[in-house]
Design a protein around this ligand. Structure first.
Ligand code: SF4
Length: 384
């Protein structure tokens, strides 16, 4: 297991070094300048030189300039599965963020190396739950006398350490597509769930899909003693939500939904379940990234859609559906800044390093953490 980090002071992207958290470090390499007109050619040439030895994965939130070189695109779980399905490729270049590359490393064979073109591509949500904070929370549950009733469930968007913690305690990983199935399974094992690290996905699933009352949920704040909760409140709760959120999806508000409805008559508002509860309840539809893509594919020509998810994906969907009126839910620009760190210069650099026989920015999870994290991931794959 990697050494846990207790405090997470603000770290500017790409500044400083914090290899023990999801926050990354400066790229150590000699990056080609972004102005190099030959970047596309260089990427093509490096990929061609590597042939089947490299498999490039591209998350839906990646930039177009990068996604054009992906052998497969998808959400974090689909990409980890795809990586595992290519044991013949010694190099997996993961165009996404750090926790995704960790999951790919956990699920791929030992001889495969997972490369993250920029180690500063972390995830602010994953950073909101560190290993020792979660251990402290578990101690609080033990003190309250309820740890034996609690099944931990972690969203895919968490570090390998947290997945390992969950695996050690017989819990499960979930994605935004299978959160209800994971929770159904968890509540068959115990009467309470500790849901990490995204409070919104946990609350939205419990309340909207499982019929829980908002009062059945409490929010555990890792920065306050006992999570800011009394033992009695912990004992009464059915769902203990970690106080974490996505800084991208957290920006959408009920006001953005009201505003787009006023501006665009007949618009369908479709949002990701990482959005706040009041946004999800004000929307017409809610679903994972893959769900959003399928909903747009199935939409009739001429229909209007306001989408509440990351902007790179919304722009790509708008381009792919010129017969539909696809717009971003908010007026403000809302890229995932860490996803955006993987740009064409970083991809070219990573591919050219591989051509030169060097493995740049390898992401490796230690064997013990990987074993327990794999158990929690495999439990997800075995969900009924
Ligand atoms: S969109 Fe949100 S959850 Fe996804 S990588 Fe960015 S900060 Fe993390």
């Amino acid at each position: 297991m990697t050494t846990p980090v207790r405090d997470l002071p603000l770290l500017l992207l790409g500044a400083g070094s914090d290899p023990l958290s999801e926050r990354g470090v400066d790229c150590p390499g000699d990056l080609p300048p972004a102005s190099d007109p030959a970047l596309v050619e260089r990427a093509r040439a490096a990929k061609a030189a590597l042939g089947d030895r490299v498999f490039v994965l591209g998350h839906h939130y990646q930039r177009d300039e990068v996604i054009q070189f992906a052998d497969v695109t998808g959400d974090s779980f689909k990409l980890a599965q795809q990586a595992a399905a290519r044991p013949d490729a010694p190099y997996i270049v993961f165009c996404g963020v750090h926790f995704m590359a960790e999951s790919a490393d956990i699920l791929t064979a030992p001889h495969q190396r997972v490369v993250l073109p920029d180690l500063a591509a972390g995830c602010s949500m994953a950073d909101m739950a560190t290993f020792d904070q979660v251990e402290e929370c578990w101690d609080a549950l033990e003190e309250a006398g309820i740890a034996g009733d609690v099944v931990p469930v972690t969203y895919m968007n968490s570090s390998a350490d947290i997945k390992g913690f969950v695996g050690r305690r017989g819990g499960v990983v979930c994605t935004s597509s299978n959160a209800k199935r994971a929770l159904d399974w968890a509540y068959a094992q115990g009467s309470k769930v500790l849901f990490l690290p995204d409070q919104h996905l946990g609350r939205n699933t419990a309340v909207l899909e499982m019929g829980f009352a908002l009062d059945d949920c409490v929010v555990y704040n890792p920065h306050r003693p006992n999570g800011g909760l009394t033992d009695e409140r912990l004992r009464d709760a059915r769902m203990i939500l970690w106080q974490g959120h996505c800084s991208v999806h957290g920006r959408f508000s009920k006001a953005s939904v009201d505003d787009v409805r006023e501006r665009v008559p007949g618009v369908t508002v479709l949002v990701h379940p990482e959005c706040r509860h009041e946004v999800v309840t004000a929307a017409d539809m809610v679903g994972s990234t893959e769900y959003i893509i399928k909903a747009l594919d199935a939409a009739p020509a001429g229909s209007s859609w306001a989408i509440g998810t990351e902007l790179n994906l919304v722009k790509r969907l708008a381009g792919a559906h010129p017969d539909k009126n696809v717009m971003f839910l908010d007026k403000a620009v809302c890229f995932c800044s860490t996803m955006n760190r993987i740009d064409l210069p970083h991809l070219v650099w990573a591919l050219e390093e591989l051509v030169a026989g060097r493995v740049p920015n390898p992401v490796e999870v230690d064997a013990d953490t990987a074993r327990h994290a794999r158990a929690a991931l495999e439990q997800m794959l075995a969900l009924p």
